[in-house]
Design a protein. Structure first.
Lengths: 417, 114
């Protein structure tokens, strides 16, 4: 891998940009690998990268049915924060936030992580109580989160309407200053390039259609549309399609897949300095470096694999955005799209071993797993390499739905993301 | 947005009038206190989460208020049929997409406009 640097840019500028090499290759699959990862989203590619970098396992294939980063990784609104309520969640999301900080340097790839602050609006006394509880819990875990008055919130985000006559009046806000955004595609591309440079095979247009088992029940490999590929260890990192893949190994999952939508406006000059979320009226918004307002909507009420959702879900969110930020009322929306998110009963992820020896699963990130990408990939690589969880992901088992040790962010998360 | 045929009102109405009610044809346990943890987990937390044909409950909340069942393809989101609560799972091989009756929703008249 040729390193990206200011000198490389200068050199290529001198010779008509003819020397840039492909960021990753597209090799023919081998007959056998040490580890197969199913799903080339950020979490899957990151897992391969950390397996190679930290555990010395490089004979890895990442199998992707479409193109890498084409799943939820390339469809999300990129909100990053770590101010979750419970200790277990704080552990894994904060692990990720710390990795975000140095990720561009680590990967030699600009993932455009921007800690511009994530502000959550409080509209009523219940919001206020819940947010303050979060703030105290976060601080005990060493995670920054602070309470703002409506005036302070407006100072932090000038387009916000805090007038008493607003349709959704604001009585304060919780702010995590280290929260922010990153460039979603760059995260997938950066991990792909860095993993490929360490010998990982990224095989696109390769759909897994079956999971093979040995007579003793352990994993033997996978069937794909490009033939059978063997491996003693297989990691399923397939977001909305996890239930389908796990069913191939006879494991029924505590997951439901829902459409989740987002949309972007026409690009405009810098107007919006941070990320704002409102749980109560369901809206969240930020501005990309290209200038588009990036707006996230909610999930549909029914399970689906269609990758499209109802228009009423989007208009509901835009209603709220226009009330909170009257300045955007005449803005035109340019594109909207949907992803399929895998939701667990307690809204916390599963990163764990499974009842099948050699089969591992990283799923259940639902509507909010982009922020966790580096942390999740890092501890999942540890889990696969050692056939045992890292202490950070040890609580995120599949068995918790039997034992009752839930990590119940369902009731606790300030908002879906 | 989905158009849903309510088998009680015998009319196709906009999704806004309905609430999704989870999987259909689930036999709810009558011996909750005697169940093992495995049985409770399977009933309460695990889901088939089918990609393809699924059977689910809907409630015509802002209409007749009644629960009914539907067969829907989760890839295309098309309904194959809807049927009254208590009826057995229909034989899908014999089904065409749900019968469409005259519609009076705003959305429907809108899309007919030339
Ligand atoms: C609209 C939207 C907005 C969101 N906003 C946020 C946000 O603001 N902040 C946040 O933290 N999170 C957000 N999320 C959630 C976040 O996108 C996901 O949790 C995260 O990106 C999941 O990453 P992943 O790598 O696990 O999955 P994905 O990126 O979905 O990757 C899974 C891959 O598996 C592949 N695959 C599936 N089946 C097979 C098969 N049989 N064989 C081979 N490959 C297969 C898929 O093609 C896909 O590429 C949002 C999601 C959506 C849809
Ligand atoms: Zn009805």
């Amino acid at each position: 891998m040729r390193k990206y640097s200011v000198f490389a840019v200068a050199r290529e500028a001198m010779r008509g940009h003819k020397g840039w090499e492909a960021q990753w290759t597209s090799p023919e699959p081998r007959k056998e690998y040490d580890v197969i990862i199913i799903g080339a989203g950020g979490h899957g590619l990151g897992t391969a990268y950390y397996l190679a970098k930290e555990h010395g396992i490089t004979n890895i294939a990442v199998l992707e049915k479409g193109w890498l980063g084409g799943g939820n990784t390339g469809r999300n609104t990129t909100i990053i924060r770590s101010n979750y309520l419970y200790d277990e969640s704080a552990g894994i999301y904060e692990h990720a936030l710390k990795l975000w900080d140095g990720l561009s340097q680590d990967l030699n790839y600009n993932v455009m992580y921007s800690a511009r602050g994530v502000m959550m609006l409080s509209h009523n006394i219940h919001d206020q109580q819940v947010f303050k509880r979060h703030i105290h819990a976060n601080r005990l875990n060493g995670i920054d989160n602070e309470w703002l008055t409506p005036e302070q919130a407006k100072e932090f985000c000038p387009p916000l309407d805090i007038s008493r006559s607003a349709r959704y009046p604001i009585n304060g806000a919780a702010l995590q200053r280290r929260g922010g955004t990153a460039r979603h595609d760059a995260v997938a591309w950066g991990y792909a390039r860095a993993a490929a440079a360490r010998g990982v095979h990224i095989i696109q247009n390769c759909e897994v259609t079956g999971i093979r088992r040995n007579p003793d029940g352990s994993v033997a490999g996978v069937d794909t549309n490009r033939g059978q590929i063997n491996a003693k260890k297989v990691g399923v990192v397939a977001a909305g399609h996890t239930s389908v893949l796990m069913e191939m190994a006879g494991v029924r999952m505590p997951l439901v897949s829902y459409p989740l939508q987002a949309l972007v406006s026409e690009p405009v000059k810098p107007i919006f300095p941070c990320v704002v979320m409102s749980n109560t009226v369901h809206a969240y918004i930020s501005q990309s470096d290209k200038g588009e307002l990036v707006i996230g909507a909610g999930t549909d009420q029914y399970s689906s694999y269609s990758q499209t959702g109802g228009l009423q879900i989007i208009t509901h969110t835009l209603d709220a955005i226009c009330e909170l930020f009257p300045i955007f009322r005449r803005m035109k929306m340019m594109r909207s799209w949907g992803g399929i998110v895998d939701v667990t009963p307690d809204r916390s992820p599963i990163l764990a071993k499974t009842p099948v020896q050699g089969l591992y699963v990283n799923c259940g990130w639902g509507t909010g797993g982009f922020k966790a990408t580096p942390g999740s990939a890092n501890v999942f690589a540890h889990t696969i390499a050692n056939d045992a969880p890292h202490k950070i992901n040890a609580p995120f088992t599949l068995e918790r739905f039997r034992t009752g040790r839930l990590i119940d962010e369902a009731a606790a998360a300030a908002v879906a993301h | 947005m989905l158009l849903i045929y309510c088998p009680y009102c015998e009319e196709e109405r906009s999704e806004l009038e309905f609430r999704h009610g989870g999987d259909a044809h689930i036999a709810r346990p009558t011996n909750m206190t005697e169940m093992t943890d495995e049985e409770f987990e399977a009933f309460f937390f695990l889901r088939d989460n089918v990609k393809g044909l699924t059977f689910e409950r809907w409630r015509h909340l802002n209409g007749c208020g009644r629960f009914f069942n539907a067969a829907r393809d989760t890839v295309s989101d098309k309904f194959l049929t809807t049927y009254k609560a208590g009826l057995p799972r229909p034989d899908i091989a014999t089904l065409r997409p749900a019968a469409s009756a005259p519609v009076e929703t705003y959305e429907a008249t809108e899309s007919d406009a030339k």
